[in-house]
Design a protein. Structure first.
Length: 395
């Protein structure tokens, strides 16, 4: 995660004065709850999620659909908006070859989004500010009562970006699909958590135990909330990096569960000088080598090395050149391609070995990566109820 400076999409940061909350007032979709949710709201209606049997399924289980969002504002991306939209359309088309894709777009931009994404992608009118559906959309859980969506009270990654519409995306999307909404008692983002589907969750302290999301809350408080919201029994914490990128070092660019007991870990290139990001990776490696999961298993760690920054095609101080921000869909892994052919090929080969039976589809996302994000950041899966693991289905 080679991101030396905090300047990602600086034009939309809180206090920048370019877009104010007033300028985006009234952006909620018609008929939906347009009030900004309160982080202190109840965790659920009628009992805690975990006690009601809710848990978050692993990403590699079968999906009903993928949600994405169309980047709305030139004030966010400047002259890169067109290129960013091309990247998002390419990712949406790649996913749509394997499972349904629903892309949220502002009503006045829906036709353009449809034209660029093609007819295999369903575009729905719903107010959004930016493309980061992983963080702004609901994080889905399943239980005896069916499907529910956890609203993590998106606050612009701790007030770093105006989020008048994006703070309501989770509530508005769940309302549109008539899915039960669970309002979290903490503030966070979908990219801040990684789960194995068997009771273990990974997270960075920097993105959750942080006064810009959860002032006055201890790690134990936040851990208890995560366990309740997502039905897990154990949380593995990494230190992360606070204040150096807009997400405060989301875990989905650092470490990912491949299957229970196996973790893929982002590693710096051999010629990368030591910095805070390589230190974060080193610390995560130390933690993982000593950790056990909820079932008591030691973890196997598979290291995936970043590309050579002298060979990548993208540019920018915030360029996120990690292969870890891939997305697992029905039958495939959608992964980034950066232009370092040897590193791209090696990453694809590793992902193919880690996800047997799935295609590995690499997509160039240079414009999105220049904003400090990736494919996983731009997607959010809706699990299929009753879905079995691919291995179980094949047996």
């Amino acid at each position: 995660m080679h991101q030396p400076d905090l300047n990602r999409r600086s034009l939309l940061r809180a206090g920048a004065g370019v877009l104010t909350a007033a300028a985006l007032a009234g952006c909620g979709s018609s008929g939906a709850d347009n009030s900004a949710p309160s982080p202190s709201g109840a965790a659920s209606e009628g009992g805690s999620p975990a006690s009601s049997g809710y848990a978050m399924p692993a990403e590699w289980l079968e999906h009903e659909r993928t949600f994405m969002a169309w980047p709305a504002l030139s004030e966010v991306w400047g002259d890169q908006l067109g290129a960013v939209r091309q990247d998002i359309a390419a990712v949406a088309r790649a996913i749509a070859s394997y499972e349904p894709v629903v892309l949220m777009a502002r009503p006045d931009q829906a036709d353009q989004a449809q034209q660029q994404c093609g007819n295999d992608v369903e575009v729905i009118p719903l107010q959004v500010d930016d493309l980061w559906a992983r963080d702004t959309g609901p994080t889905f859980v399943t239980g005896p009562a069916g499907l529910a969506g956890v609203d993590l009270n998106f606050n612009g990654w701790g007030g770093k970006q105006t989020h008048a519409a994006d703070s309501r995306v989770a509530a508005n999307l769940l309302s549109r699909y008539r899915i039960r909404r669970i309002q979290a008692p903490i503030t966070g983002e979908g990219g801040a958590i990684e789960i194995d589907g068997e009771g273990t969750l990974m997270a960075t302290e920097s993105s959750l135990v942080n006064s810009n999301r959860n002032p006055g809350r201890s790690r134990d408080d936040i851990e208890a909330a995560l366990m309740d919201l997502f039905g897990v029994d154990k949380v593995i914490w990494f230190r992360g990096v606070a204040g150096k990128d807009i997400t405060d070092c989301h875990v989905d660019a650092l470490a990912r569960f491949v299957e229970p007991g196996v973790v893929a870990l982002h590693r710096p290139g051999p010629d990368t000088p030591p910095d805070i990001w390589s230190a974060a990776s080193d610390q995560a490696l130390t933690v993982l080598r000593q950790a056990t999961d909820a079932a008591g298993r030691s973890l196997r760690v598979v290291e995936i090395t970043e590309p050579d920054f002298n060979k990548i095609q993208g540019t920018g101080n915030d360029f996120l050149a990690t292969y870890l921000n891939y997305y697992v869909v029905n039958g495939a892994v959608i992964a980034p391609r950066f232009g370092d052919r040897a590193a791209d090929d090696k990453a694809a080969s590793t992902l193919r070995e880690l996800h047997p039976g799935r295609d590995v589809v690499q997509v160039s996302i240079n414009a999105v990566a220049s904003g400090g994000g990736g494919i996983h950041c731009s997607t959010q899966q809706q699990p299929r109820l009753g879905a079995a693991s691919p291995q179980a289905s094949a047996s």
